[in-house]
Design a protein around this ligand. Structure first.
Ligand code: PGA
Length: 264
């Protein structure tokens, strides 16, 4: 059988607002962002506001190509889990995506690979596409443990997942030392880890899956560095924190191709 040729994956660019923006700030952002977008998008674009802005954001993006995502989900269906939000509740307010296992959830709220695996499963059971995050600390990078850590996180997150679901997962490589620090991974550093992730997928699920899964880069993505990151063979999009809080800057990131042309 011939090797499966590499189909170009449709880029996905997601805004992770974290704990920022009230509903009225959400409204201002979305109106300005929609005005700044070109009529036809070359990428899937997802906005992940806090839970309190989801319903409003949904009404504002209705009929546009922009999709809605949550920043976290609970792995259970319903019940005595004070303060938590179920996947079905998120689907009911219009979410199509959910960020799962962000490093802030791992580090500040004790999320483990085992819990993240359950959340990914719960997301798929509810037709939510998980954006599952992995990435190493600075200490781990300096100890040359990046690939080992990322491999453990990927294998842990995907363990037991049927291949049909794995093909639809979105992964985000977010080196923790690059998040919110202004220190972006160089394109070569990003590409090295993205390729390693693709090889893990190939090893576990075969070529078809490894070539279908979108692997986003996250960590100080800005309008100025998006084009060079996207030029990497295995970088299929971005998960953007700080620079997604400003409508113009996030629109520039989404429009990274025209920015590159303008700068040539
Ligand atoms: P940053 O955050 O873009 O502010 O570095 C990215 C993220 O945490 O998803």
């Amino acid at each position: 059988m011939p090797e499966v040729s590499s189909p170009k994956r449709r880029p996905l660019i997601a805004a992770n607002w974290k704990m920022n923006k009230t509903p009225s700030e959400t409204e201002l952002f979305i109106n300005e962002f929609l005005r700044a977008l070109p009529p036809k998008l070359d990428s899937d674009v997802v906005v992940c506001p806090p839970f309190t802005s989801l319903a409003l954001a949904r009404s504002l993006i209705e009929g546009t190509a922009v999709a809605l995502g949550a920043q976290n989900i609970n792995e259970n269906v319903s019940g005595a889990f004070t303060g938590e939000i179920s996947p079905a509740m998120l689907v009911a307010v219009g979410c199509h995506y959910a960020i799962i296992g962000h490093s802030e959830r791992r580090q500040l709220y004790g999320e483990t690979d085992a819990l993240i695996k359950k959340k990914i499963k719960a997301a798929f059971q509810n037709q939510l596409t998980p954006i599952a995050c992995v990435g190493e600390t600075l200490q781990e990078r300096e100890a040359n443990k990046t690939l080992e850590v990322v491999e453990r996180q990927i294998r842990g997150a995907l363990e037991g997942l049927p291949s049909a679901e794995t093909q639809r997962i979105v992964l985000a490589y977010e080196p923790i030392w690059a998040i919110g620090t202004g220190k972006t991974a160089s394109p070569a550093q990003a590409q090295e880890v993205h390729l390693a992730i693709r090889n893990i997928l190939k090893d576990q699920y075969g070529s078809q899956t490894s070539l279908s899964v979108r692997i986003l880069y996250g960590g100080s993505v800005k309008p100025d560095n998006m084009a060079e990151l996207m030029a990497c063979e295995d970088v299929d999009g971005g998960l953007v924190g700080g620079a997604s809080l400003d409508a113009k800057s996030f629109a520039e990131i989404v429009n990274y191709k025209s920015k590159k042309r303008a700068g040539q």
